[in-house]
Design a protein around this ligand. Structure first.
Ligand code: CO
Ligand code: ZN
Length: 333
């Protein structure tokens, strides 16, 4: 799965332009599911029908988002410098001096008006993208083009570094879960969602269309384990996190209990997560139609929504083990 994470992190796919990452995921799902389709919003829906009959078999939606944060060009000036707006989740004070990449392969450097700042962290109003052009005519990008952040994928031991572990690591966990799940009494609706970073839009329509009985999101979560982090229990390398609550979702106690019981039964290290900012696709599906019991399997990740994200490979492996074991058994009555 490590190679899979690295591969998925290398594919371009900001919100609304998920074509390339979707293609990459489709290639890996071949032979793992009974049915695959792309819906109108660009979600990739892969269905695995129940292989064992069980009284408590459910229709379970699993959601991992394909899209990644980025910036969109709003204006190209006469000298070819691009002004931009950020997608909702981007932490605006982390942009200065980063590298960005456009769909057409054009590289950009995030420059800043004026001399390099000593203390101040510049806002997007002071930033621009230098795309190697000398004039507006010369710039190979235009208004509405989107760029994602890029840095080379790195690993030190089991720590993985990439600009978009959110949520390519979750996509890899979902693919690996489908690969390792030998039999299940449940109908598995694995959805690689579009446009999560702009407000779980793909999950909203997929959740409505699929009408699942349970929703589990697979996404990264923040940690409290680095200097001056917002106090939080979750730490890298201490296991998969089972969400209790985030900004827009309270996990259904039965879903959460099912995950916790599974982790305990199979000796899978886990951490309980309360996230005071941010949310996942599960929040959108939870309030779909008449409501759907929801939970989230989280992979701890430092510096989420910055161009330098760090996760621990063992936590991702734990997420796969938790999902495979939970889905292999029956849902508690
Ligand atoms: Co995110
Ligand atoms: Zn995410």
């Amino acid at each position: 799965m490590r190679a899979l994470i690295e591969e998925l992190c290398s594919v371009f796919g900001p919100s609304g332009q998920e074509e390339r990452i979707r293609e990459a995921i489709v290639d890996h799902l071949d032979g793992l599911v009974d049915e695959m389709r792309t819906d109108r919003l660009g979600n990739l829906i892969a269905v695995k029908r129940p292989s064992a009959s069980g009284e408590r078999g459910k229709r379970i939606m699993l959601a991992a988002h394909m899209d990644e944060i980025g910036v969109m060009v709003t204006h190209v000036d006469a000298q070819g410098f691009c002004r931009f707006t950020t997608f909702v989740g981007v932490l605006k004070n982390t942009l200065w001096a980063r590298r960005a990449l456009f769909a057409v392969g054009v590289d950009g450097a995030l420059g800043r008006a004026g001399p390099p700042p000593a203390r101040e962290r510049p806002t997007p109003q002071k930033l621009f993208l230098d795309v190697g052009a000398d004039s507006k005519e010369d710039a190979r990008v235009q208004v509405g083009d989107t760029a994602v952040f890029r840095s080379s994928f790195g690993a030190v031991g089991d720590r993985l570094f990439a600009a978009n572990l959110d949520d390519r690591i979750g996509c890899a966990v979902l693919i690996e879960t489908l690969r390792e799940l030998e039999s299940s009494p449940h109908e598995i609706l694995a959805v690689f969602t579009a446009q999560e970073e702009v407000g779980a839009r793909g999950a909203t329509t997929a959740g409505y269309g699929l009408d699942p009985e349970i929703i589990l999101a697979i996404d990264v979560t923040a940690t409290g384990d680095f200097p001056q982090a917002t106090p939080m229990e979750v730490a890298l390398g201490k296991g998969v996190a089972i969400k209790v609550m985030d900004r827009r979702m309270i996990a259904h106690p039965k879903v959460r209990g099912w995950l916790e019981d599974t982790a305990q039964a199979f000796d899978i290290p886990y951490q309980l997560e309360v996230l005071e900012f941010g949310s996942t696709d599960a929040s959108a599906v939870q309030v779909s139609r008449a409501g759907v019991p929801a939970g989230t399997v989280s992979i701890p990740c430092r510096y989420v929504h910055t161009p330098s994200q760090v996760a621990d490979y063992n936590d991702a492996l734990g997420a796969v083990r938790l999902l495979v074991n939970a889905l292999s058994g029956e849902y508690p009555s």
